[in-house]
Design a protein around this ligand. Structure first.
Ligand SMILES: [Zn+2]
Length: 158
């Protein structure tokens, strides 16, 4: 993300202490492009910092959350984090989530005119669209075709 440097600048301006570990954590979050658990982040960070503590990761994520720079969703009661590519300071977001590989595609979003016409006070919004991404879909099709051809060759034997 070109805006990663912009994000670091924004964090610095807002008094966020950027050290090497925090920079790595944010970079890893950005690289994933999917919702990720704290434990998974810890595993990734341990490649560079074997002694990294969950506490450090939680602290950093909670600061990012307070800056509204990560989106949090719960899956089976566990928090999953996704770095918001938007630096607008609000987390009104719409995204597609692949149920197979957890890939996230952030979608352009604006409120419907019909809702805005009601003069409602919107606090927060999130639209989630679930399905399978292109690569998972083609993998599923290949599996189905392989099964089909296996079944077919089985038919020929009989
Ligand atoms: Zn997928």
């Amino acid at each position: 993300m070109d805006s990663l440097q912009t994000l670091f600048k924004t964090l610095k301006v807002n008094g966020f202490h950027l050290n090497e570990k925090r920079i790595l954590l944010i970079t890893l979050l950005e690289d994933q492009n999917k919702f990720i658990t704290v434990q998974k982040l810890k595993n990734l960070m341990q490649r560079s910092y074997p002694d990294i503590s969950l506490d450090m990761i939680y602290r950093c994520l909670s600061i990012l959350e307070s800056f509204k720079l990560v989106y949090v969703r719960y899956n089976h009661g566990e928090k999953h984090y996704f770095l918001s590519g938007q630096l607008t300071g609000d987390l009104d977001i719409a995204y597609f989530l692949c149920e197979k590989c957890s890939k996230v595609i952030v979608l352009p979003y604006s409120f419907p005119e019909s809702l805005l016409a009601e003069n409602v006070n919107i606090q927060h919004c999130c639209f989630e669209i679930y399905g399978t991404c292109r690569s998972c879909s083609s993998a599923l099709i290949q599996i189905a075709e392989r099964k089909k051809s296996n079944n077919h060759s089985g038919d020929e034997k009989n």
